[in-house]
Design a protein around this ligand. Sequence first.
Ligand code: ADP
Ligand code: MG
Length: 710
Amino acid sequence: MEKQTEHTACSIQEIFGEDVFDDRAMQRRLPKDAYRELKKSIEEGAELAPKTAEIVAHEMKEWAMERGATHFTHWFQPLTGVTAEKHDAFLSAPLPDGSVLMTLSGKELIRGEPDASSFPSGGLRATFEARGYTIWDCTSPAFIRHDEGGATLCIPTAFCSYTGEALDQKTPLLRSMEAIDREAVRLLRLFGNTASRHVVPYVGAEQEYFIIDREKYLKRMDLVFAGRTLFGSAPPKGQELDDHYFGTLRPRIASYMKEVNEELWRLGVPVKTQHNEAAPAQHELAPIYEKVNVAVDHNQIIMQTLKRVATRHGLRCLLHEKPFDGVNGSGKHNNWSLITDDGINLLDPGTTPHENIQFLLVLTCILKAVDIHADLLRESAADVGNDLRLGGNEAPPAIISVFLGEQLEDVLEQLISTGRALKTSDGGKLLTGVSTLTDISKDGTDRNRTSPFAFTGNKFEFRMVGSRDSIATPNVVLNTIVAEAFREASEELEAAGSGNFDEAVHDLIKRYAKEHIRIVFNGNGYSESWVTEAKRRGLPNYPSMVDAIETLTTDKAVKLFSDAGVFSKKELISRMEVKYETYSKDMNIEARTMLELTTKQFLPAIMQGIRRMADSANAAEAAGADVSVQKELLARLTALMKEAYESKNRLEEVTYSAEKHPAGRQQAIMFRDQVVPAMQALRAPIDAAEMIVDKDLWPVPSYADLMFEV
Ligand code: ADP
Ligand code: MG
């Protein structure tokens, strides 16, 4: 046993990053000059000279081929929510003697031109100018993916239109990183920091998911097409005993997780923590935090690996936000902080009064940003599946608020009420006037699990994000809104002049705290009373994705994003279009799946059930027995069948009319207001019938089969 542990410990170090063209590989492979230039390009964003690009491409290809790769792909994240790739072999045109060379040119490395017309662009790319370009993001390392198709060199890229508009998740993310870098450094300079050169958002995203048996999964058309169960009555046992959370891993799951970990380590993804989650068959995997653009890529790799490895183990990984009614859904906790290139975390309260003041300004800037742009933050977590989760009594509500913990809230209250919370000491240094913040410990802040946006000691944890969604969008919003708040703070402080800096900071912190304290809420975010209280405070509440999408194109949003250089108005409109369309398409798939399941599987099963009951009643009656129970059940099942049939017809009607409506907001509203209720009306009688019809007649695995027999 001991020996085995030792072996595992050493092999993590050995395998970690072996499939990544990381700094080690670059140093080993590249001539010194080329390495230096590439490094500069990675760190400073300088453009790579064509000659250097050739060298890098060649070495990257050699490295990849040694590791078994035959193909390369530009790996990008279009607005479909998943990653896209198009594979090319490292193959040149055959030479006159019939042989071929294996090549990857600098041009192929840096720029690709996928046939982009079939990716969503929200009208940005009319088909006559369908070209889209993928452009190498050298800040996120290339990696090799091994799968049934062999080994492929994946080159992370951004995806833009011919005219430079962003068609993906990556481009705005990189732009938002530049915005926050610029504004955070500017703010640091005002505090006398001349050493830090860059500020980078760091993110650790905890990923929740469900694992079920693959055979059973394949028997459920709703899981296959919609990623969630559209029917199914609750099992006798749910999660009420809390016996799954942090429970021992079952052997099948443990061996699955082992392989997931090893694959991810090879790909340089620092996954660290894994455990069972609250619902049966639900689990979580968390990596160590990284620079946000790498974290975004790694989260995609994590989701893909969870799925791929599951198949190999005869399992299926469900990333949907709400695969099962009645038990917890899945989310993604986006832990976010701002760290300088010399290691200072701006969200760390620090130990000296000076650090405390800087922290309080950063903190109140974030409060301001979140308060002013709560709508956008909410929108950033909107996806179709998340509508079923947010506002349920297990996930954060759809209302944005900030949890600070008692100590910090107390500090803010004092700042606001005493008016002398910040005063100058004899040495001319600022004191907070309240107990110093040294004891703002993680333990003191990390207790509230019901807040959508919680301060957890030295980072904020945004818990609204859906489990399937890319974490790019929420981080684009976070980076941009905080950059704006920093910029406005710097403008005021610069205007005040350095002689009045201390006073000016003091006033600013106090004012921000006062103006934005309404966004702070330390109570139970799941409670009904919070909804009322939030309304009283004037905080926005967007219960559904369709409500939230509009916030993308308000004047406020357009100004925010265009001032920061993150999105143009045109790009925002295109994203809005894509989202409405995604919503409608997804709901349409769900509705059609329900119709088909009902017609082809459930109604026939119910009819068989009725027949079996009728046969039994007839036989019993002929034998002279009392058949009142049979008759009662028969009547009940017949009534449910009728209800199901009528609901199916109604669903058909509203789905077809919504389908025909031109794409856009109005169509999405039709799906939400007409189709979704009709879906619920159909589900109810079918689920009730499931409880009456013999198990062997029911055509699909039940909730209990799916959740408790993995
Ligand atoms: P939990 O939320 O379960 O208590 P932790 O707080 O330890 O767990 O970490 C959750 C996630 O937050 C991990 O992915 C971790 O790497 C990440 N994290 C920790 N510190 C930071 C930070 N300063 N910035 C961003 N993410 C962080
Ligand atoms: Mg957490």
